[in-house]
Ligand binder design. Structure first.
Ligand SMILES: [Zn+2]
Length: 479
């Protein structure tokens, strides 16, 4: 981690709520430019709390740590089943997050150009999506790999994604790598909790040469994306799939349906839906042969491959149900949850099945197609020079901080405080410094020497804010 990032995070340490402190100021940054947002507030973030795995409070909801998820996600749940996934890449310092409640509220934490924003989506304003039928001939290896998968429910598979983003997406997304890690973590968590041994990974990230704009049709955009390079194979760049991240077109997402066998594993995902609505995992699901719930869609490839409208069953969802990732919005099923339909699983908050045998079992289709999906590309190409990998977070522009920015703390003054236990048996000051370097929220250290090793002490130090009315404080630079 760079020194600059270490300092930036250290200075917003000790925020109320543990991870995020939402400030009363509405953020005016580009990351808030989104008509589906109910609110977009400046926020303080202390990612070091993620390393302790202690409970968090987000939007007033108490959440406990349950697991980590690839590539850099930390999964938290409430007793009721509300789910938060927070990405924290310790190498780059990138933090991204989402919180979705069982009653349908959807929040995101995003690193913007200056500080963080805490967003609440107006879920009802998300549009539907489109699955486009190509009906191209399939190659012969797909069937062979499907047969192999049918005989093996256990072996884990992993598919790679070649990511592109429109210039318009870049205009409102300061941390593109963090965004990608976040949607991958959410999707991978869906696979895990739906009983599918599958993982999505990032292959490369590249700026697209096509644009999106208000009024762009979904089919029009995916066609333009498909034709952006000389061939679909070139577009995938030897990855198993290609995804375009965009901001403004006529739906939440668009994908070609059941295209593993032809290599047209291509989709487009709109930023807000990707983050607030599981649209990334939804569109990739279409590529792998999944369709919406049977009330609105048929599946000519896999009779069991429909999404599901999960029935209500108990408070607070006694009469209102939810829907799986491939479920379309329906009366009484407004909330989309991070599960693929699977009749052998029960949704915790409703106590009702997540699928129907032979009819709504997206998990079975993913299971059957996972080896074929992983074999679409061979991942032998290299990333081009326009990749953002590892660069976005560490190369943030160093502009003069504005008068009011997300990193300023009102009615507070900074003081340096020891944190964590005194670490004993640390050889020397260099070793103590190393420990500080490896700890995101450490800014200084102190080391006490002694001729006996067991009495040498290393203490890490961080900046904390003390309440002090009429004072406003902040770091030298808002990152
Ligand atoms: Zn769809």
């Amino acid at each position: 981690m760079s020194i600059k990032l270490t300092i930036a995070f250290m200075l917003v340490a000790n925020v109320a709520g543990g991870l995020v402190e939402v400030l009363p100021t509405r953020s005016s940054q580009a990351c808030c430019r989104d008509s589906t947002l109910r609110s977009c507030q400046e926020a303080l973030v202390d990612p070091s709390v993620l390393l302790t795995r202690e409970p968090l409070t987000l939007a007033g909801i108490s959440l406990h740590f349950t697991s980590t998820i690839e590539p850099h996600g930390h999964v938290y749940k409430s007793a009721a089943g509300d789910e938060a996934i927070i990405t924290y890449n310790q190498e780059t310092g990138a933090v991204f997050g989402t919180l979705k409640t069982v009653t349908g509220d959807s929040f995101a934490l995003e690193k913007c150009s200056l500080g963080f924003a805490w967003k609440e989506f107006s879920v009802d304003s998300f549009e539907a999506d489109t699955a486009v039928l190509l009906d191209l001939p399939e190659d012969s290896t797909t069937g062979v790999l499907q047969a192999k998968a049918a005989a093996d429910n256990v072996t884990a598979a992993s598919y790679s994604v070649m990511f592109y983003y429109t210039p318009e997406f870049a205009d409102i997304t300061a941390d593109i790598d963090g965004f990608i890690d976040q949607v991958l973590a959410e999707t991978n968590q869906a696979y895990v909790q739906s009983g599918v041994p599958l993982t999505a990974t990032k292959f490369c990230t590249e700026r697209a040469t096509i644009h999106d704009a208000s009024g762009t049709g979904s089919s029009q955009l995916i066609s333009a994306f498909r034709g952006m390079k000389a061939s679909v194979a070139e577009l995938r760049n030897t990855a198993d799939s290609a995804v375009l991240l965009a901001t403004d077109f006529s739906s939440c997402g668009v994908a070609y349906l059941n295209t593993i066998g032809s290599g047209n594993t291509i989709s487009v995902c709109k930023k807000n839906c990707c983050l607030g609505y599981y649209s990334f995992g939804h569109e990739l699901g279409h590529n792998m042969g999944l369709t919406h719930n049977k009330e609105v869609a048929s599946n000519n490839y896999y009779p069991m491959g429909h999404g599901h409208l999960v029935a209500g069953g108990q408070a607070p969802l006694a009469t209102t149900g939810v829907r799986t990732i491939l479920g379309y919005s329906a009366s009484g099923h407004r909330t989309r949850v991070n599960y693929y339909s699977n009749p052998s699983l029960t949704y915790q908050a409703t106590g009702t099945p997540l699928g129907v045998v032979g009819e709504a079992n997206n998990a079975a289709v993913l299971l059957a197609n996972r080896l074929a999906m992983a074999a679409v590309g061979d991942e032998t190409a290299t990333c081009s020079g326009t990749s953002t990998s590892g660069a976005t977070s560490t190369s943030a522009p160093t502009t003069t901080p504005p008068t009011i920015a997300g990193c300023l703390k009102v009615n507070a003054i900074p003081t340096m405080k020891p944190f964590g236990k005194k670490i004993k048996k640390v050889k020397d000051a260099d070793a103590c410094q190393k420990k500080c370097e490896n700890e995101a929220s450490c800014s200084y250290f102190k080391f006490k020497d002694h001729k006996q090793l067991k009495r040498r002490v290393c203490q890490l130090m961080q900046i904390k804010y003390n309440a002090k009315t009429t004072w406003t404080s902040g770091p030298k630079k808002c990152q």
